[in-house]
Ligand binder design. Structure first.
Ligand code: DAH
Length: 360
């Protein structure tokens, strides 16, 4: 437009023309563009309409020159408006936000990414706590044999856990079942490593995984849940090793202030057997709903490996001894995150899973 003599025009018009490129750029959608179009080229009251009035009223000898300037202005506005309209329509079709031109300096949008489930994160953390102590990770099948799930663990023939009321057996396969705990991994690993035990000097492993029991679903029960099994075999291993290891692990997991206590208990595959409680993280021991007023929450069963378990795997209990433990993952996750209902962990509500980011 610089080639035209704008001084013939009213200052409002030259001002409006100067602002036009910026105003056009600022139109983020077709609605805004239409408003701008109305203001510049509309039939009534627009800058174009004012210019036509001006032309009509101009003295004869100015009309020609003025007409050229006015036409040039109007057609510049019209073609720029048209181009912007095409741009905005294309952006809308592409589903983009139809703001100004593409800005290569903006950071790229971050696509939503997957993340570890809070239960898997807790298990992974436990593995990381034990790894520096020389424990590796073992896995066993979720469909197990009676031999590994019960026989090898010194569980008597008439034990109630073997019944069809508690355990899922596979239809048509009398001795196959869904493992009721992670303890059968003990039997598998002991049998596998028995021949090289002397050479290796011992065994240390963790076995995290899913387990199944015929429990009705309620706020603290689910037919599928998770455990982490731990085991150490060596020479001259006693309760002091078990207590020291677990007390250390709980401090590493929950912080230096974590306090533990051991209570005698019974499991067929350990002797002596015990349960371990941690000081309630919610009330610090004062007593609350989470710890049912006791100040302590049970998180695992443990004990010294029963000689029959070692014998079953072909290991001489006169030479070797060890400890084992089995921790309930949901129970621990519920306690540390103060989640009142276990089902929340399985429903995959994104809001809950995001909140649980705090478990890390
Ligand atoms: N397997 C037991 C359960 O499911 C937990 C357990 C207790 C595991 C004592 C152990 C142990 O290794 O020594 O309830």
């Amino acid at each position: 437009m610089d080639s035209f003599d704008l001084s013939l025009l009213a200052p409002e018009i030259t001002g409006a023309h100067a602002q036009f490129p910026g105003a056009l750029e600022a139109c983020a959608d077709l609605g805004a563009l239409n408003r701008l179009k109305g203001a510049y080229t509309g039939r009534e009251g627009s800058f174009s309409a004012q210019l036509m009035e001006r032309l009509k009223a101009a003295p004869k000898d100015q009309k020609r020159e003025l007409g050229v300037v006015i036409n040039a202005l109007k057609s510049e506005w019209e073609s720029a408006l048209k181009a912007r309209q095409a741009q905005l329509e294309a952006a809308r079709k592409a589903g983009g936000s139809a703001s100004s031109a593409w800005d290569a300096t903006l950071p790229p949008p971050i696509p939503p990414a997957g993340a570890l489930h809070p239960l898997n994160r807790l298990m992974a953390r436990l593995v990381e706590v034990f790894r520096p102590l020389g424990y590796h990770v073992e896995e066993g099948p979720e469909v197990e044999t009676e031999e590994h799930n019960f026989d090898g663990l010194n569980i008597p023939e008439d034990h109630s856990a073997r019944g069809t009321a508690d355990t899922f057996y596979l239809a048509g396969h009398a001795h196959l079942l869904l493992r009721t705990h992670t303890s059968p991994v003990q039997v598998r690993v002991l049998k596998r490593l028995a021949p090289e035990l002397e050479k290796k000097g011992g065994i240390r492993f963790l076995a995290p995984g899913r387990v199944y029991r015929k429990d009705e679903i309620d706020p603290t029960h689910s037919p599928m849940f998770h455990q982490v099994e731990g085991m150490l075999v060596g020479k001259g291993i006693g309760m002091h090793h078990l207590k020291g290891t677990l007390a250390y692990a709980m401090k590493a997991l929950f912080g230096e202030g974590a306090d533990v206590r051991f209570r005698p208990s019974y499991f067929p595959f350990v002797e002596p057997g015990c349960e371990m409680d941690v000081r309630c993280p919610l009330c610090s021991g004062a007593g609350c709903r989470v710890c049912k007023g006791s100040g302590w929450v049970e998180i695992l069963g443990a004990g010294l490996i029963h000689p029959n378990v070692l014998r079953f795997a072909g290991i001489d209990p006169a030479i070797w001894s060890g400890f084992a433990f089995g921790m309930g993952v949901e129970r621990t996750a519920m306690m540390v995150s103060q989640t009142p209902d276990l089902r929340l962990f399985f429903e995959n509500d994104q809001r809950f899973l995001k909140l649980m980011g705090g478990l890390d």
